[in-house]
Write a new protein. Structure first.
Length: 242
């Protein structure tokens, strides 16, 4: 299909390695999980106490039982009880946010392992994610439309941004090896599951700066990226994708 392919100058402004996803566990989450664990009156706890009490409640369980509790809380609709039981065994040793084939669940698997690893003193795999800011400067203001009407919307901006980021990675990077066809084509639904968080933090007439959070599994090598130019395109919608 024929579509415009605007070219951008891509500049990595910052890069950090994370063990905790920003804002992934809020006070409401800890209270809800404590309630699920039959903790007596979690609403009486101060916000400063919630994380520690939640971790203590998890340590009272066997590791598999703790995993069942956390996965049940995070995936009330997405997983059946049987699936939770199976995954509770796997999450003890496997990095599900990397190895499980269901990409839309990866962020939740990371969030679960993050809490379980810290609460149970390393019984679960260690976690590592990345956060960085990247500035994308267009040749003309109209080219910014490739990221969608609201460039901070992950559903529309993820695919064109990931096509730009892939150019800054080595040719043998996992993203380029596994998704070469998606990067070149006009349908990359998985992009929004690879970029776990995506925010437009600054906009000018011809540029946009994104804050990105993802798994180190996909984008750790972007820390080596120098400033470069690359083309991109948006996913096709509806009948255009056929």
């Amino acid at each position: 299909m024929t579509a415009s392919t605007p070219t951008f100058t891509v500049e990595r402004l910052s890069f950090a390695t994370l063990t905790e996803l920003p804002h992934s566990w809020q006070a409401a989450d800890y209270r809800a999980l404590l309630t699920q664990l039959n903790f007596d009156n979690p609403n009486a706890l101060s916000e400063a106490e919630l994380k520690e009490m939640c971790q203590m409640a998890l340590t009272d369980l066997e590791p598999r039982e703790a995993a069942v509790a956390v996965l049940t809380y995070l995936f009330p609709e997405e997983l059946t009880a049987g699936q939770v039981e199976n995954l509770a065994h796997q999450i003890l040793t496997e990095r599900l946010w990397e190895e499980n084939p269901d990409l839309p669940l990866h962020r939740g698997f990371y969030q679960a392992t993050q809490l379980l690893h810290e609460a149970l003193n390393g019984t679960f795999p260690s976690v590592n994610a990345v956060e960085f800011q990247v500035k994308c400067t267009a040749e003309s203001a109209a080219d910014l439309a490739v990221f969608g009407p609201d460039a901070g919307e992950r559903a529309t901006a993820a695919a064109p941004l990931l096509r730009l980021l892939a150019v800054g990675l080595p040719d043998n990077a996992l993203l380029n090896r596994l998704y070469s066809d998606h990067l070149a084509d006009y349908k990359f639904a998985e992009a929004a599951s690879i970029l776990w968080e995506l925010r437009a933090v600054e906009k000018t007439a011809e540029s946009i700066t994104f804050d990105v959070v993802s798994s180190a599994y996909w984008l750790e090598d972007f820390k080596y990226a120098d400033t470069y130019t690359a083309p991109t395109h948006a996913d096709a919608s509806g009948e255009e994708a056929e």
